[in-house]
Design a binder for this molecule. Sequence first.
Ligand code: PLP
Length: 367
Amino acid sequence: MSQEPSEPPTRPLRPATVAVTSGRPPHEPDQPLNVPLTMASTYVAGGDVEYGRYGNPTWTAFEEALGALEGGRALAFSSGLAAVATLLDLVGAGTKVVAPRHAYNGSIMQLADLEARGRLTAELVDVEDTAAVVAACEGASLVWLESPTNPALEVADIPTVVEAAHAAGAYAVVDNTFATPLLQRPLEHGADLVVHSATKFLAGHSDVLLGAVVTRDDELFDVLKKRRDLTGAVPGTLEAWLALRGLRTLHVRLERAQSNAQELVRRLREHAAVSEVRYPGFGAIVSVVLAGGALAGDLLTHKTSLWVHATSLGGVESTFERRRRWRSEPSTIPDGLVRMSVGIEDVDDLWDDLAPALDDLTEKRPG
Ligand SMILES: Cc1ncc(COP(=O)(O)O)c(C=O)c1O
């Protein structure tokens, strides 16, 4: 039976509804509910796309959904670091970039590499020291924020820093990977650009590498699209499709993971093996500093069965790792810091798995 196409609602929708409804084919008879996987390296000539490096309907659907959630226009990239590299390429040769000393170490390593090659100078700051960040903005061409930071979980004063960046004539960028657009929308605070490792919470199932940039500035959007066309740092079609499928449940996953994280923070704060719990009050990442240092961290991450010893974060399953096991991690991150990515399992099962491993550490500590 044929049906009249239904009009999309004109009233503004709340984020959970946007996550479910955006980036869909039109509600018309025989249209699929979900955008199909378009496997195409080339298109029939005469249209807007022409070639697989310039666009793909499956990427576009993901970009529409993420853009709607962040309140801007999104471009997907092959990974978070491909997106980061494209943004760092915006700055003029020899100019200054301000960035958090505890930003994701891949971003810091890109900055160090560009600096070593004379491309730019990087000034690393403590993002929680707002006065120092504001002072560092002077003479900068780009101010990079990550908030909360990975893995120190420091939180920046985004509106104040964005204002200082703009006063200095610099772009303000926020890596929003940890908060996601459901907990923080930096473009609403004036940021020029938001960057994501969509590999993490947005896709949410530890099976995809994907990055994204979002902006409200049409000129910047065109520059970045051109850079993506030229460098070929484009997403795979399947990756964009899986990430969009993951995005549909972001709100329910994050709600559950966050409530698990909050409960675990309460319990971890009471445990003698833990000397410090770092948690900004929101999100699903918790960092604990173990009283027994590096050894305790390494023991802990090998003693559980539900908690998986693995890098990365933001999946439905709980994972953890001692960050300083990576030589590239800054020495200002405590040796015994274990970053925990809290998943959506039952919180009591997570605790029942973790608590005996923590108890063991306390027993082994010399008295
Ligand atoms: C905050 C943050 N930004 C960027 C990245 C890089 O993303 P990708 O691994 O998708 O290249 C990561 C990866 O861990 C991250 O945690």
